[in-house]
Structure formats: C-alpha cells, structure tokens
Design a binder for this molecule. Structure first.
Ligand code: BTN
Length: 326
C-alpha cells in the first residue's frame, strides 16, 4: 500500500480523533516529510484534512470521498478488495461491469463511481448521478441460476441494500416492487439488473446488478421532474455514516444474499418490507393504467394482483404505483 493510501486508512480509522504527524510516521515506518507529502496529495485529491500544530491531522466530518481504502476499512472480508474498483467519473458503472463480465471478471467484481454521466435507470430512463451525493455501484454476480430464477437476483439485491442500510444507519427502508427502496415516502435507491445470457446452456452467464443510492442530498438538488418522488438518506448537512461505510455493507450484503438465492429465504423479508401489499394500486399498461389490488409476492418475486373483475394475475416485471387516496 502506498504511503498516501496508508495515511488515508489511518485517518479514516481515527475519524473523531486527530493524530499527529509524528505518530503517523512512527506507525507507518516512514519519515514525517513523507507523511506531509501524503497529506498534501490527499488534499489535492479533494480530502478535507484539518490540521493543527498541537494535535495533528483529522479528516473533516464533512469529508465523504469514496475510496478503495475507505471501503476496505469497513469490509469484514478484506479479500474482497481485489475485486473492487472505485472511479471518480464514469458514464455508467453497469456498462463498465458488463464489459468486465464479458472479459471473464469473477463473481463479486464491483465497480463504484462518485459520479455517472450516463447513469441508466429502468425502462430506458436516466438515473441522476451527481458527484458527492450517492453511491453508484455495479456488481457482477455469477450464481449459475437459470434465466427464470435470475429474476430473484433483483429482488434479493433490494433486500440486501435494505439490510445494509439498517446495519450501518439503523434506518428501516421499505421496498416498492420490483426494486425501488423508499425512506420517508421518497425513493432513495433504484436497482437495474442486466443479464448476460449463456447461449450454450440457455442459462445466465452473469448478471450485472446496478445499485444507485441517494445518500446525502437536499430536496432542491434533485431535477425538478423527480423532486416529488426522489429523496435521500440524509440531508446535505446532516451527520451520518460515510458512503464508504455504506458501500462496504452493500457489497457484503449482496454477496451474502446471492449465496442463498435458490432457497429464497430472503423473500419473506422482501414481503415484510413491501409497502404495496394490501394496497390499491395502478398497473401501467400499454393502453393506460389499470386499478388493481396488490395481494402478495410469489416465490419468483412476482407481484400477485387482483383486478377489479376479481381475476388474478402475476406480474413479473412492469411499473405500478399506489392509487392516490388509497
Ligand atoms: C431505476 O431506479 O430505474 C434503476 C436505477 C439504477 C441506477 C444504478 S446506479 C449504478 C448502476 N449504473 C447505472 O448506469 N445504473 C445503475
């Protein structure tokens, strides 16, 4: 690890307490000049590092930069770090992960960015991905599941993100079928899964799970057209966990859920967190919106609905919304 990376690790580990240059130099076995140089490099990377001659260096609480070193600190399984890459700006992490998957990148390979210039959402939409606000992350999963069971990956990922949010922030978020996460009635996370088919076996060679979480953002920072529905875990000035900590938890929770997809144990939690169940909803059809009742989630992650004529249908994909005043 470079001196810069080691200094960053020490500062992340001692977030609340300043640490002197001398102490850092001793711990890392380098000169004080090397520490000073590393601090300058980190500052020019954008880290806000407070320093005072008596107490030393400290990462400002507002400093929330995504970095591999910062994420690794919070990984229980440090060996995962070999499969994680962190970028400043990319077009779409899903696009990059897809390319890596086609080149043979292993299960668990993760691409994270601070900003996306062409973040992709479901149904061809754009996913607003500004810098310093969110986590835009794509994971390559090679679960060996059949194409039909692969849909469970998306549902599983929604549960995994909800678990990660609870684990590090203590906040409970709910799920809107298929894979949107809501906090205080606002969408704070969207998930886009894209499969790479294995033409020989008819199964899935890999699935790219793309997760976008709005971590720290004020309402007026969202584009006007989504301001009514989009939200974030924290307001801009609100103290809270860092993006590194949340990203580490998301990666580990997704890998954990991916291990047991076939057993479907996570589906019970998916149902419990689903705020649509029992509600009057509108199903978006080609020719308009159809009023229905959301009954349950089946074992494939499909939404069981009851139409107004009493007939039932299982939706495996699509768009629904809660009926106003229901
Ligand atoms: C949606 O809500 O419509 C799904 C949004 C998915 C956004 C994530 S951000 C990381 C990954 N890269 C992308 O281009 N999209 C997904």
């Amino acid at each position: 690890m470079s001196t810069k990376a080691s200094v960053l690790t020490e500062l992340e580990q001692n977030r609340v307490q300043a640490i002197s240059g001398e102490n850092l130099a001793q711990r890392l076995g380098v000169s004080r000049a090397a520490i000073w140089k590393a601090i300058q490099e980190l500052r020019s990377d954008g880290y806000e590092i407070q320093s005072s001659p008596k107490v030393g260096y400290c990462l400002a609480s507002s400093s929330d930069l995504l970095s591999l070193e910062g994420i690794c600190l919070f990984l229980k399984d440090r060996t995962l770090s070999d499969r994680i890459s962190v970028a400043g700006e990319v077009d779409s992490t899903n696009g990059i992960a897809k390319k890596l998957a086609m080149e043979g990148a292993p299960h668990g390979t993760t691409v994270i960015a601070d900003r996306q210039t062409a973040g992709r959402g479901r149904r061809g939409r754009n996913f607003d991905s500004p810098s310093g606000s969110g986590i835009y992350l794509s994971m390559i999963l090679r679960t060996g599941l059949s194409a039909s069971d692969s849909v469970l990956i998306t549902t599983g990922a929604a549960v995994a993100v909800a678990r990660a949010v609870r684990q590090v922030t203590g906040t409970e978020v709910s799920i809107k079928w298929v894979n949107d996460l809501f906090f205080q009635e606002k969408k704070i996370c969207g998930i886009l899964s894209e499969g790479i088919a294995d033409l020989e076996s008819g199964g899935m060679e890999a699935v790219i799970v793309g997760i976008g979480i709005n971590v720290r953002r004020d309402p007026e920072e969202f584009p006007e057209e989504i301001r009514d529905i989009a939200g974030a875990l924290y307001n801009r000035e609100e103290p809270g966990v860092t993006r590194n900590q949340l990203a580490a938890a998301v990666i580990e929770q997704v890998l954990d859920v991916a291990k047991g997809l076939e057993e479907r144990a996570f589906l019970q939690e998916y149902r419990q967190r689903s705020f649509l169940l029992g509600k009057e909803i509108l199903v978006l059809r080609q020719n308009g919106q159809e009023p229905s009742l959301a009954l349950d989630i089946d074992d494939q992650g499909g939404l069981i609905i009851q139409r107004q004529d009493g007939s039932r249908e299982i939706l495996h994909s699509g768009e629904v919304s809660v009926r106003p005043n229901s």
